[in-house]
Write a protein that binds this ligand. Structure first.
Ligand SMILES: Cc1cc2nc3c(=O)[nH]c(=O)nc-3n(C[C@H](O)[C@H](O)[C@H](O)COP(=O)(O)O)c2cc1C
Length: 411
């Protein structure tokens, strides 16, 4: 046991970047699993676009500022977080490594960050509350079974979850061709290709052989077939409610007494409507490029959403965050913070809890370093003035970005 922990700590510490953790995850997992986490929909244009939008943004560092002491701390919903980051909901993490959800929640708590538990995670609402005390948000997909959804929401309330996150960009599942090609489909069949792949990744395969796949603990009552990975994927997918609309969201708003976050918004008009109906925060997201391929990159969508919100509620952005400097860029562009999906998932998959911790410590160290290099002592002074991007959305020299200053609302 002790030896195992030391081994995974060593794997984690060897990584110098999120990309190193991604590579480590790809060595640990068979391709069929790695591609499920890493891949995007169809031609993966939106997946790449998210990353490219961050790369296009450049910073104009301020010099001759005393940056001996800097703080990456940020208020999220009025409470301090170690950095303006929350863990995005990622379903199915336990199929790659059993401990993924708890590992991510523990790492988030260590860094003082909110952790979002996905409806289709392999740890239950109660287990996360018990085993990884900290700030928890619960992400709900809209299921056709209203009673079940209501029960999940009640359970999150009873377990003291701080916020409910409703994901709205998935009325139907995206077409992830890597999964289709690899045979990650239903019904899951252990064909020769997958068996061979498993032999090349004996640590993962041995774990599954000894303990099987974990279940999506929140959804056990949905379908008996949930105790198999493919059963889980099919049943969850088939259970989404494509008729979900504003009226139903309003019902959820009325039912949930705490913060309500809506995730998957890329338009200013939708954002303005969400503010009107009493939503407490928005996540600009395209689901990490996993659903609609051809959707706008999230950093490109951010200005429009900020315009619609006009500083009334916090706006987070996710998709493509792989460096601490990306967090700084998002804040400079007017976001209240970012959500990270794959960045921390790679760490947890590659090396369990030490890997999840490593991904957050890499991001935090890079954010701290980028702030010092930009002459920024704390995040309250970060705004569009720092952006040097020349893009159609922000305008040359950050002029458009400067006008977004009023939208920087960190609480
Ligand atoms: C493997 C995987 C599973 C995901 N599962 C969910 C989910 O259950 N609910 C949800 O709202 N978003 C889900 N997402 C999307 C993430 O919450 C987030 O929007 C996305 O990962 C951000 O992009 P990034 O991975 O580049 O950071 C998932 C993403 C991945 C990679």
């Amino acid at each position: 046991m002790m030896f195992g922990k030391l081994y995974w700590e060593k794997v984690a510490l060897r990584a110098q970047s999120i990309e190193d953790l991604r590579q480590a995850a790809s060595r640990y997992l068979p391709r069929v699993m790695f591609d499920f986490y890493d891949g995007g929909a169809e031609d993966e244009c939106t997946l790449r676009g998210n990353r490219e939008a961050f790369t296009r943004l450049r910073l104009r560092p301020r010099v001759l500022v005393n940056v001996e002491k800097v703080s990456t701390t940020q208020l999220i919903f009025g409470a301090p977080a170690g950095m303006p980051v929350a863990i995005a909901p990622t379903g199915g993490g336990g199929y790659g490594r059993r401990t993924t959800d708890v590992a991510l929640a523990k790492a988030a708590a260590h860094f003082g960050l909110p952790y979002t538990l996905s409806t289709s995670a392999t740890a239950s609402i109660e287990r996360i509350a018990r085993e990884a005390p900290g700030r928890h948000w619960f992400q709900a997909y809209i299921l056709k079974d209203r009673e079940l959804l209501n029960r999940l929401i009640d359970r999150a309330r009873d377990a003291d979850y701080e916020a409910l996150m409703i994901t709205v960009d998935l009325p139907v599942g995206g077409k992830r061709e890597r999964d289709l090609r690899n045979g990650f489909r239903t019904p899951f069949r252990m064909g020769w290709k997958i068996a061979l792949d498993g032999m090349r990744h004996p640590r993962w395969t041995l774990g599954v052989a000894l303990r099987g796949f974990p279940s999506p603990e929140n959804l056990l009552e949905l379908d008996r077939s949930m105790n198999t990975v493919n059963g889980a994927m099919t049943s969850v997918g088939k259970s989404y409610d494509p008729s979900f609309d504003w009226d139903r969201l309003k019902e959820i708003r009325d039912k949930w007494p705490r913060r309500l976050i809506v995730k998957g918004v890329v338009r200013g008009d939708d954002a303005a409507e969400l503010v009107k109906m009493g939503c407490d925060a928005i996540v600009v997201s395209n689901h990490g490029g996993r659903q609609l391929d051809g959707g706008i990159a999230t950093m490109d969508a951010l200005p429009d959403v900020l315009g619609g919100v006009a500083g009334r509620i916090p706006v987070f952005v996710d998709g493509g965050v792989r460096r601490g400097v990306d967090v700084l860029k998002a804040c400079a562009a007017g976001a209240s913070g970012v959500l990270v999906g794959r960045a921390t998932l790679y760490g947890a998959l590659a090396a369990g809890e030490p890997g999840a911790m490593r991904s957050l410590s890499i991001l935090k160290d890079e954010l701290d370093r980028s702030m010092r290099l930009c002459g920024m002592r704390d995040l309250s002074t970060v705004n569009g003035d720092l952006l040097a991007t020349v893009s159609e959305h922000f305008g040359a020299g950050g002029h458009r970005a400067r006008s977004l200053d009023s939208a920087v609302n960190f609480t």
